[in-house]
Design a binder for this molecule. Structure first.
Ligand SMILES: *[C@@H]1O[C@H](CO)[C@@H](O)[C@H](O)[C@H]1NC(C)=O
Ligand SMILES: *[C@@H]1O[C@H](CO)[C@@H](O)[C@H](O)[C@H]1NC(C)=O
Length: 305
């Protein structure tokens, strides 16, 4: 019933300014979470000690810096990548007892990839730090319920507000792009949700990164997520397929990530310039939580294509 209520409310209120790539995986996967995700993905290089401090329980794996299909120029031994992504999820379908369809939401997340969840020194997982969810057109209260659903599912979801709030990112005549993500606080019946602080500002340009290949973004984003809270024994394959060339529009970019006051303390106020970025439309296929061993064994190698 909760789901039906969100569906009804969201469908009536959102207004997209431009046509968005369709969800092309829903028909073949009626029982899984699917969406198309028009997003910009950043890989931010931070000191290894910063990345380790962000992951409380597990060790970091060494980054495969000699794999030139991912890191054409190698990767510094004292650094570790973080992933930051922000974009518009279009035509989200989730079957959770009742079929739920949400026309669109804004979604951003940052995580630490190459985490040794199983302690075997080889299988790479992502540790998600925050998962920001926002409604379109400033309908931010609409995001509170999906955010809550995300938290129950073991990802650290929080409601957020976006600039722009009706598309994946701003496009300027100079071929520069931007997205600003702010966390919002507890809903107050009189004033609505309060803005709690900047999560991150993402700026990019069409100068292609030479540090990472498109495969680097695919590989890291497709590492299974380590679930947290009540389901911390489990993991989640949240696959991003970059194979639908009709709508994918892939482009390597570079840019800067400025973390604000609403992020984990190790990153607060940090500015990372000249980082690698990749803009593309991914088709998301979200599996159900499973054991972390299964998440590795069943991860589809085709996600790298
Ligand atoms: C992705 O979003 C950008 C920014 O709004 C837009 O210019 C582009 O057309 C979108 N691409 C698709 C395939 O939806
Ligand atoms: C992309 O890969 C998925 C998973 O294998 C598949 O279901 C889908 O048909 C593929 N899409 C295209 C356009 O090849």
């Amino acid at each position: 019933m909760l789901y039906t209520a969100i569906y009804t409310v969201l469908w009536g209120l959102v207004g997209l300014t431009a046509a968005q790539a369709p969800n092309t995986l829903a028909n073949d996967n009626p029982n899984l979470r699917t969406a198309s995700y028009n997003a910009t993905f950043f890989i931010v290089s931070v000191p290894k000690s910063t990345a380790q401090a962000l992951v409380p329980t597990y060790s970091l794996l060494p980054v495969p810096s000699d794999d030139d299909s991912i890191f054409p120029n190698g990767f510094p031994a004292d650094q570790h990548p973080l992933l930051v992504a922000s974009g518009l999820q279009n035509d989200i379908r989730i079957t959770a007892g009742v079929p739920l369809q949400i026309q669109a939401l804004l979604g951003a997340q940052y995580s630490v990839p190459y985490v040794d969840r199983l302690g075997n020194g080889k299988d790479a997982f992502q540790y998600q730090l925050n998962n920001y969810i926002g409604g379109l057109d400033g309908q931010n209260t609409m995001s509170l319920v999906p955010a809550l659903v995300g938290t129950v599912a073991g990802t650290p979801a929080v409601p957020a507000t976006y600039d722009p709030n009706d598309k994946a990112y701003n496009v300027y005549p100079t071929d520069e792009y931007s997205v600003l993500v702010k966390q919002i606080g507890v809903f107050n019946a009189l004033s609505g949700p309060s803005v709690q602080g900047e999560a991150f500002d993402l700026y990019s340009s069409n100068t292609p990164t030479t540090t990472y290949t498109p495969k680097a973004f695919k590989a890291m984003n497709n590492q299974p997520l380590i679930l947290q809270g009540l389901v911390s024994t489990m993991c989640l394959r949240n696959n991003y397929y970059f194979n639908d060339t009709r709508f994918m529009e892939p482009v390597l970019r570079s840019g800067s990530v400025t973390f604000g006051s609403a992020v984990k303390s190790e990153l607060k106020g940090q500015v990372y310039e000249d980082q690698g970025a990749f803009a593309a439309v991914a088709q998301i296929l979200g599996h159900n939580p499973e054991s972390c061993e299964d998440a590795i064994a069943k991860n589809d190698p085709a996600v790298l294509e």
